[in-house]
Design a protein around this ligand. Structure first.
Ligand SMILES: [Zn+2]
Length: 287
């Protein structure tokens, strides 16, 4: 059964580990993440961007697929199905479709409009026991056409948003989506500590988890990060494994062109990547 992300993240913050949020793109992705979570007895969050939602045939299609897999693959660990970087309309649609958690990303509005819209989404979500993630201070890089500059969030603004009753807060601390530039200055831990202080110990989210050095990930977890978003790394792993299969000519041997064979190395590569992240984040055996 799907659960909201509130309890699993409060537990993670208290016990100082982080739950991985893995973006899904299709059936193989979803199955790989769910099976890896079960094998490692780790709670997990399946992330769906609005673009991926469209790609997979709509939010209801995804809810049906995920619920079906949880039942038929005997997944017993806590699983949250979460809208990633949702718009105001997108968040409402996902709540109606059966998601158990939504992110409303109002970081591109000014703070007053962000507060107003976040409040409305919270009211709509609370009625259905759905957790809400909000964002303050845009996260750098490009995700589904949304380009952020990578600001450092203002702890006071974080406090204002946290007090609305959000369950999870994404705050920019120098993190970006996609590949980090060579001259990247690293995460701003002073800002992170200030944000954790001003938000009363709310579980914080680290977006753009791909490419952040392991020591920084661990320090961020020690300072209150309880959810870490991983997207690009699984995509690289899938693409590399699939390319190798085709370049080795495996699709031309026997029935190697069968999609169940063709997509299998990529599926295994996602599983290995997810497992490594769960170990790094400390969520193994925490379900
Ligand atoms: Zn993000």
């Amino acid at each position: 059964m799907l659960v909201n992300a509130k309890e699993m993240l409060l537990k993670a913050r208290k016990e100082r580990y982080a739950v991985g949020h893995f973006n899904i793109n299709n059936l193989e992705w979803t199955k790989a993440v769910l099976l890896t979570a079960e094998e490692n007895k780790s709670p997990v969050i399946l992330g769906v961007s609005e673009g991926a939602g469209k790609y997979m045939g709509g939010y209801k299609t995804i809810v049906g697929m995920v619920n079906g897999m949880i039942e038929e693959l005997n997944i017993t660990v806590p699983v949250a199905l979460h809208l990633d970087h949702g718009s105001y309309e997108g968040a409402k649609k996902c709540i109606d479709a059966g998601f158990s958690s939504v992110m409303f990303d109002g970081s591109h509005y000014d703070i007053d409009e962000n507060i107003e819209k976040t409040k409305e989404i919270i009211a709509y979500a609370k009625a259905k026991n759905i957790s809400v993630e909000a964002e303050v201070g845009s996260i750098g890089g490009e995700e589904d056409g949304v380009v952020g500059a990578g600001e450092i969030a203002d702890p006071k603004e974080c406090q204002q948003i946290a007090e609305l009753g959000v369950n999870i807060l994404a705050a920019g601390i120098g993190n970006i989506h996609g590949k980090y530039p060579d001259n990247w200055k690293g995460l701003d831990f002073t800002a992170l500590a200030a944000i954790q202080g001003s938000t009363g110990g709310m579980p914080l989210v680290l977006h753009g988890g791909t490419g952040i050095p392991e020591e920084m990930i661990k320090e961020a977890i020690s300072l209150g990060v309880a959810k870490i978003n991983v997207n690009t790394e699984c995509q690289w792993a899938f693409a590399d494994a699939t390319r190798k299969y085709i370049e080795d000519g495996k699709d031309k041997e026997g029935k190697g062109f069968d999609p169940r064979k063709l997509l299998s190395p990529g599926f295994e590569a996602i599983k290995a990547t997810v497992k490594a992240k769960m170990e790094l984040f400390g969520s193994v055996n925490k379900a």
